[in-house]
Design a protein around this ligand. Structure first.
Ligand SMILES: [Zn+2]
Length: 400
């Protein structure tokens, strides 16, 4: 993740924080300064309130880190290496290198996080009990930290994917029906309903005057809704596209234009006459570059007859290219990272075709329309016959 800051390395796992943590740190500090300490310690100055709040936010942060580390350690021991953890909004994203192979392994990895939070809650509760006769202020902070960790355990055990409870739920459904995709679907749907419930409760609480708690619930609800939907989509796309390579999906009939073609001709003779939005500029049999509708848009209209396709194009040395053996999942990541909708497929200097985002999406849709069976056929562990064949018509010659 580019938007995260690496802060250290524990047990061989890189720990990073997402930028959203700056916001979370502030909101936790504010919640405790104004919502909790101001009520219980009216004699405190504003400075003391905010220092107290920041202190709680820091320990809250460490609590979440320990929760995430417990997932990572169990995952490492189960043979699913975790290289990095990114602390993100209300928890973390342990970057699993791949999804667990069975419901049993997923269950272990998921359940250990809430158990860790519960253990921390018990620890802070014991500290509260021990410190209470000595210092009421510190004991109060301990009590709050015990409550926070208990709340983290409870929140994470809600049975909505991708929360830990949702993963536990998915692992149970998965163990029963042996269908990871359908189990994920059920868990993600439950996650969305829980999210709507949280937003509703948050709105009601806010209307009743409980601003701090209400706003928290609404934010968490929206976060959970988005996470449920996108994590299901990710699993769906991954399982639909697993083992599908660029050569299975690329189009070989690329639209080639000569380098000396004017942009004016390009627009009138090519763009307006075909549905293509991206043209390959070939010079002396080599890929010179790509010219897209977007490139044309940047050229003033009166310059069109005077500008060559060669001048307008993005040159080959600035293009990202993919090999025909690259996995389509990787290609989607590459497109997202570079904000492009198509990539030339090359082997060495030879242009084999183009792979476009639209074609990948169409492939995913067709696969889904064909039903569960076709989608499952691409899951690892199925025999190779199920693999889609590259039965597109042979490509037309590159130079026309
Ligand atoms: Zn967790």
């Amino acid at each position: 993740m580019h938007s995260s800051l690496k802060i250290g390395r524990i047990f061989g796992i890189d720990v990073g924080i997402h930028w959203s943590w700056a916001f979370i740190f502030l909101i936790v500090t504010w919640s405790f300064a104004e919502g909790v300490f101001a009520r219980y310690y009216p004699q405190w100055t504003t400075g003391q309130l905010w220092i107290g709040g920041a202190f709680v936010a820091l320990i809250f942060f460490v609590s979440i880190l320990l929760h995430e580390l417990s997932h990572a350690v169990v995952s490492n021991r189960s043979g699913l290496p975790v290289k990095e953890i990114t602390l993100f909004v209300f928890g973390g994203v342990s970057n699993l290198t791949r999804e667990p192979d069975s419901g049993g392994i997923e269950f272990k990895i998921a359940i250990v996080g809430p158990l860790t939070s519960l253990a921390l809650a018990a620890l802070f509760a014991a500290a509260w009990y021990a410190i209470r006769p000595v210092n009421a202020g510190i004991a109060g902070i301990c009590a709050n930290l015990a409550l926070i960790n208990a709340a983290l355990a409870v929140f994470n055990m809600l049975p909505g994917f991708p929360l830990d409870g949702g993963r536990v739920f998915r692992s149970i459904v998965w163990s029963r029906n042996h269908d990871r995709l359908r189990a994920t679907h059920a868990a993600a749907r439950l996650g969305e309903w829980i999210a709507y419930g949280m937003v509703g409760l948050g709105v009601i609480e806010t209307l009743l005057g409980g601003y701090v708690g209400g706003i928290w619930l609404v934010i968490i609800g929206f976060f959970l809704r988005g996470a449920s939907a996108s994590s299901y989509e990710q699993v769906l796309v991954e399982s639909t596209l697993s083992r599908v390579t660029v050569s299975d999906i690329m189009r070989r009939d690329v639209d080639v234009v000569p380098p000396d073609l004017s942009v004016d001709q390009l627009v009138h003779d090519h763009i307006l006459r075909t549905s293509a939005r991206c043209f390959v500029v070939m010079a002396a049999g080599d890929l010179a570059g790509l010219v897209t509708l977007n490139d044309v848009r940047h050229i003033p209209r009166d310059q069109w007859p005077l500008t060559s396709a060669y001048r307008a194009m993005t040159p080959a040395n600035k293009l990202h290219t993919v090999s025909p053996d690259e996995s389509v999942t990787k290609v989607l990541q590459l497109m997202a990272m570079n904000d492009v909708n198509q990539l030339p497929v090359v082997r060495g200097r030879e242009l084999l075709g183009m792979v476009t985002r639209a074609d990948i999406m169409r492939f995913i849709r067709v696969r889904q329309d064909l039903g569960e069976e076709a989608a499952e056929a691409t899951l690892p562990g199925h025999h190779d016959d199920a693999r889609p064949r590259a039965d597109q018509p042979p490509g037309v010659p590159l130079s026309r």
